[in-house]
Design a protein around this ligand. Structure first.
Ligand code: BDR
Ligand code: CA
Length: 312
């Protein structure tokens, strides 16, 4: 059977790393390449982290291209407190063998879409939507060849993680998220709420991963900084894994418990709700839905998929 082709766009911090390792070990898919964007860390550091993850995943080795280093308008504010200075928990991880591929990530996305039949490539985004928005503005007809975009972004139907209403990936470049949301290709946002509740990786899950072998241990250890933060936030060591949740929703749709289509509007106003996404749940606007919001996973299926792809 033909493998489904995907491109993964990432601001590779520690939860991106776990998601990337999962995707690399799912044999039903072929990752054509990775593109990086600034978000959790600078796009160059995100590329280093992606290469480290590819080496650790021990699967195949798609190229990694760097895309946008700056946001469209907003000043970058990296997530050092969540993922560490290097995005990977500051435990000294560096790639030993792999190097960044030459070429710009945004242009590579467009080249790939032109080189393949329409509706054959999915784009999965784990970070800021800047690369995708720039590609849409540069070559809209080419971007319409994408089969669908699955994006870790929005607070879903819940509350934000950088403000009461905003989730980090949207807030880091809300202007880009607005362009993507209004563009008009099939778009699934996997909200921040999808990785919470029973989907949080608790002590037993973390023990299972850590004891399973080098890949499981790597996936937990690079999240060291987040774990410390969560001990303060939740009162016990645990990991809320937004990007793995999005990856599971994209690659193993049986994991999805709740996903509905809505009209969504990204707030780009210069105020306290910047980066919030208004989800028109009661259809007040009368406008056609422009995105699906996945707000809940079947926690058991999500964890089963995560363990399976990480060899635990
Ligand atoms: C998202 O923000 C980043 O910190 C994570 O990598 C994830 O993509 C969660 O809001
Ligand atoms: Ca991310």
């Amino acid at each position: 059977m033909d493998k489904r082709k995907i491109i993964i766009d990432t601001d590779c911090g520690s939860d991106d790393a776990m998601a990337i390792a999962m995707a690399l070990n799912d044999e039903r898919y072929e990752i054509l390449f990775f593109t990086t964007v600034s978000g959790n860390v600078h796009a160059h550091q995100a590329a280093t982290n992606t290469l480290t993850t590819i080496e650790r995943a021990g699967s195949y080795e798609p190229p990694v291209y760097i895309g946008c280093t700056e946001m469209l308008l907003k000043k970058l504010e990296f997530a050092y407190e969540t993922h560490g200075q290097d995005g990977m928990g500051d435990i000294g991880l560096v790639p030993t063998r792999l190097k960044v591929a030459p070429g710009n990530g945004v242009l590579k996305i467009l080249e790939a879409l032109e080189a393949h039949e329409p509706n054959t490539i999915d784009i999965i985004t784990l970070g800021t939507l800047t690369n995708i928005a720039v590609a849409m503005r540069l070559a809209p007809d080419t971007m319409r060849r994408v089969r669908r975009i699955v994006s870790m972004g929005t607070a879903g139907l819940g509350t934000g993680n950088v403000s009461p209403v905003a989730e980090f990936n949207i807030w880091q470049d809300a202007e880009a998220a607005r362009i993507v949301t209004e563009f008009g290709v099939p778009l699934v946002y996997v909200g921040w709420d999808a990785c919470l509740g029973d989907a949080i990786l608790g002590p037993d899950d973390l023990k299972r991963l850590t004891e399973s072998g080098p890949l499981g241990r790597f996936a937990v250890e690079c999240n060291r900084q987040l774990m410390e933060m969560n001990e303060q936030r939740f009162g016990y060591p645990c990991l809320d894994m937004a990007d793995p949740a999005a990856m599971a929703a994209a690659l193993e749709p049986d994991c999805i418990a709740e996903c509905d289509e809505y009209y969504c509007e990204v707030d780009t106003s210069n105020g306290p709700s910047y980066g919030g996404v208004l989800v028109d749940t009661y259809r007040f606007s009368g406008k056609q839905p422009n995105a699906a919001i996945c707000s809940k996973l079947h926690a058991d299926r999500f964890k089963e998929y995560l363990f399976r792809t990480l060899g635990a």
